[in-house]
Design a protein around this ligand. Structure first.
Ligand SMILES: NC(=O)c1ccc[n+]([C@@H]2O[C@H](COP(=O)([O-])OP(=O)(O)OC[C@H]3O[C@@H](n4cnc5c(N)ncnc54)[C@H](OP(=O)(O)O)[C@@H]3O)[C@@H](O)[C@H]2O)c1
Length: 251
């Protein structure tokens, strides 16, 4: 069994954007899917939409940066669907501002959701991924901002770079287990990621990104583009790991 069919797949940040598209694609591929995010209303609506296609979808509130929330979420998933076999650590967020203007909460939350949260979720499922037959899959959603860091997104760039380093270190720990890790490095994608951004802060950041060449064009991927690549990666023969996949829109 290579692909997601019949396996239990968790998508963090599964209520919108790339996460919702990934959960829908995994469900369409035959996985039993669990999604988590903080806004329970939006989460439930997404779960109902995906389940409308006849899929099994479990939704439970989740704040990946809160260790107690992570435990409660995965306890719920396992009690309802069984052991987790695929984790897509997708939850992410950022707020643009120069570091010296960023609030303490913003810095802590950005590292918390994009780095600490992904590690807490991965740690929680790793024993089960090792035990799974076939061994499980871990997909870590990172950003091209990790390798092409952006001014006004210092904590976000650092957190995504840190997550890529974590993936490489974890792959060494998992050698011989059969568990596969895929780092999915995503470029600009049309989602609600910037919906809550302060307009003035956004304008300031965009100006700097254009001047410094980190924003050279306005082409974007769609969430479905990203989701399809995740499903493809999971469907590779068991002896093949998509270790690092970078997706960019064609400008
Ligand atoms: N869009 C892009 O251009 C782009 C580019 C590169 C990488 N990425 C990465 O792709 C991933 C998905 O982003 P997206 O573009 O799909 O953004 P999005 O539409 O804003 O979706 C983000 C998801 O994460 C959830 N989330 C945020 N903070 C969370 C937390 N603390 N705990 C649990 N869930 C949380 C959100 O729900 P709640 O707010 O309700 O919790 C939402 O479901 C992120 O890791 C992002 O860094 C995006």
């Amino acid at each position: 069994m290579n692909g997601p069919a019949g396996r239990v797949a968790v998508v963090t940040g599964g209520s919108g954007g790339i996460g919702a598209a990934t959960a829908a694609a995994l469900a369409a591929a035959g996985a039993r899917v669990a999604i988590g995010a903080r806004n329970a209303t939006r989460l439930t609506a997404t779960a109902e939409r995906i389940a409308g296609g006849g899929a099994t979808v479990y939704a439970h509130p989740l704040d990946v940066a809160d260790p107690a929330s992570v435990e409660a979420f995965f306890d719920g998933v396992e009690a309802t669907l069984g052991p987790v076999e695929i984790l897509v650590a997708n939850a992410g967020a950022a707020r643009p501002a120069p570091l010296e203007d960023a609030t303490t909460d913003s810095v802590v939350e950005t590292v918390g959701v994009n780095l600490t949260g992904a590690l807490l979720c991965a740690r929680r499922v790793l024993p089960g991924l090792r035990r799974a037959v076939p061994p499980g899959d871990l997909v870590l959603v990172t950003s091209d901002a990790g390798v092409h860091p952006r001014a006004h997104l210092v904590a976000y760039s650092a957190a995504k770079a840190g997550l890529e380093a974590a993936a490489r270190a974890l792959a060494l720990e998992l050698e011989g287990s059969g568990v596969r890790i895929c780092t999915l490095r995503v470029g600009p994608t049309l989602t609600g990621f910037a919906d809550g951004w302060d307009p003035a802060a956004t304008e300031a950041a965009m100006g700097v990104w254009q001047a410094q060449g980190t924003q050279r064009h306005w082409a974007t991927l769609t969430p479905d583009d990203v989701a399809s690549v995740i499903v493809d990666a999971l469907g590779r023969p068991r002896g093949v790991a998509s270790v690092l996949v970078e997706l960019q829109p064609v400008p």
